[in-house]
Design a protein around this ligand. Structure first.
Ligand code: NAD
Length: 486
């Protein structure tokens, strides 16, 4: 074991260094992470720089040799062990994430840590079940093989850090790539717990590396390193533009899962109780959810019936401490983010949009009131840009064509929700919507082998199932003339 700096976070001992080549490595500089509850100091984390990034890529380049040459069964065994370890450490991971980012603790415990384990299990299963495509044509035996691509840099955001990190790390590792994970500086702690578990799971040194630090420093250095062969990023379109430039300079494939401005369409034939209940749920996680349906588009003829039900559901939401099971709405993750969210609302007010409910930060905490805005026009900023807070807009439509037109009217295209009792309408409207994910009468549930990703400025590429494994591989076609003999 190497020496590691640890700090106590709510009774959990968390490593606060980088993990490079199987060793904990410190940095002279540190950055602090604070809790959205009371803005209390939680820990000082190693602040990686260019040298840290270079050391991590060197370690990942060495680690790649051993990890990529393991059989898929041996690789899968390590991933299964990691999944078991995540489940065994559910309580610590959930608590640390709640303290660090403000995520609802019950949700973390019941859903998101379990999903983290499932991400590794799903990819372990997928690689062991995979068969290379083989066929005879043109007098040859043709076979498509997946070659592990090399070291992969995995950059993740602050809003659901543990789940999103495992979602991206699992396919990279399953494909045989070594990884360097750079978590977000606002919520870096659960990544440290995950890195520690990889030591126990039995990854060879350098197969899994963690670099902590600031995006423009450690992150930028990692994505610019020419030894990196894949970059997979989740975050904002602004950062994706920088990363895309670095990837282009080194001719490295990259995927980007970016923001959303999802339409939430309610047709007159919908179950209005269910639709309104789900609409108020878009405030979940204080709206810090890329998939949220933040633009409520409601058939004009059911406007009042819907709004009455929506307010009834929204009135029942409890703002509070995310550690308490009764809490529905937690604080926003950071004071800068609270100010950013409020800036959108203030500008909307100034521009003549109507604040139907909420619209203010809560005094003395980082909570923001669940907010509904009726925009003056479809061109209002609050309709066109992602707020990433508990702020929804409300618009009505006259008919199906207008609903589709409004739904498709932003530059985003990550997800959409619609509520209708008609199967044929669900299929028709679903086909007309430009988004990577469209849900009818449900939300968030998804088979993990299905593709995931966005259109427009919501992203590049697809994750999920074999799509992510193909991204992390170099595909090769091997062609052998039919009459080739020993
Ligand atoms: P961000 O782009 O500010 O940061 C994301 C990550 O990129 C962080 O780890 C950060 O340190 C790093 N980074 C920043 N600058 C960098 C640079 N120049 N080079 C390399 N790395 C750099 O995003 P955020 O504020 O952390 O996350 C919120 C955004 O993420 C929202 O837009 C949200 O919609 C989006 N998001 C998308 C999905 C999805 O699956 N589509 C999921 C969650 C969040």
């Amino acid at each position: 074991m190497t020496l590691v700096t640890r700090q106590d976070v709510g009774g959990v001992s968390v490593p606060v260094d980088h993990l490079i080549g199987g060793y904990w490595v410190s940095s002279p500089q540190r950055f602090e992470t604070r809790s959205p509850m009371g803005w209390e100091h939680l820990a000082d984390i190693a602040r990686g720089d260019e040298a840290t990034a270079a050391a991590a890529v060197a370690a990942a380049t060495r680690g790649f040799e051993e990890w990529s040459s393991l059989s898929v069964e041996d690789r899968a065994d390590v991933l299964y062990r990691l999944a078991d370890l995540i489940e065994a450490h559910n309580d610590e991971i959930a608590l640390v994430e709640t303290l660090d980012m403000g995520f609802l603790h019950e949700s973390m415990k019941q859903r998101l840590v379990a999903r983290g384990a499932l991400n590794f299990r799903t990819y372990a299963e997928l690689i062991t079940r995979h068969h290379d495509r083989t066929w005879d044509a043109k007098g040859m035996r043709n076979q498509v093989q997946r070659m592990p691509a090399g070291p992969a840099v995995v950059i993740t955001p602050w809003n659901a850090p543990f789940m999103l990190s495992t979602w991206k790390l699992a396919p990279a590792l399953a494909a045989g790539n070594s990884v360097i994970h750079k978590p977000a500086e606002w919520s870096p702690l659960s990544a440290a717990l995950l890195a520690e578990l990889t030591l126990e799971a039995g990854f060879p040194p350098g197969a899994f590396n963690l670099v902590q630090g600031i995006g423009e420093e450690a992150g930028a250095a990692l994505v610019s390193d020419s030894r990196v062969r894949r970059i997979t990023f989740t975050g904002s379109p602004e950062t994706a533009r920088h990363i895309g430039q670095a990837a282009a300079a080194n001719i490295v494939p990259f995927t980007a899962e970016l923001g959303g401005k999802g339409p939430f369409i309610v047709f007159a034939d919908a179950d209005l109780d269910a639709a309104a209940h789900r609409a108020a749920w878009q405030f979940d996680d204080s709206g810090q959810v890329c998939l949220a349906g933040t633009r409520l588009l409601v058939a004009a003829e059911v406007r009042e019936e819907f709004l009455e039900r929506f307010h009834h559901n929204a009135d029942a939401l409890v703002l509070g401490d995310p550690r308490h099971p009764a809490t529905d709405i937690a604080p926003l993750a950071h004071p800068d983010h609270r100010d950013r969210v409020h800036g959108f609302v203030e500008r909307a007010r100034d521009a003549g949009d109507v604040i139907v409910r909420g619209g203010r930060p809560v005094e003395g905490s980082l909570h923001y009131e669940p907010t509904l805005i009726e925009p003056a026009s479809n061109l209002s900023e609050v309709v066109r840009r992602e707020v990433f807070g508990p702020v929804l807009t409300f618009q009505t439509f006259a008919d199906e064509a207008e609903a589709i037109s409004l739904a498709n009217s932003t530059q985003y295209g990550l997800s959409a929700q619609m509520w209708t009792s008609s199967q044929s309408r669900a299929e028709r409207v679903g086909a007309a919507i430009r988004a990577g994910l469209v849900w009818a009468n449900t939300f968030l549930v998804r088979d993990l082998t299905a593709p995931f990703g966005g259109c427009g400025i919501s992203g590049i590429g697809r994750e999920g199932g074999d799509y992510a494994l193909d991204f992390h591989s170099d595909l090769k076609t091997l062609m052998i003339l039919d009459d080739t003999t020993e």
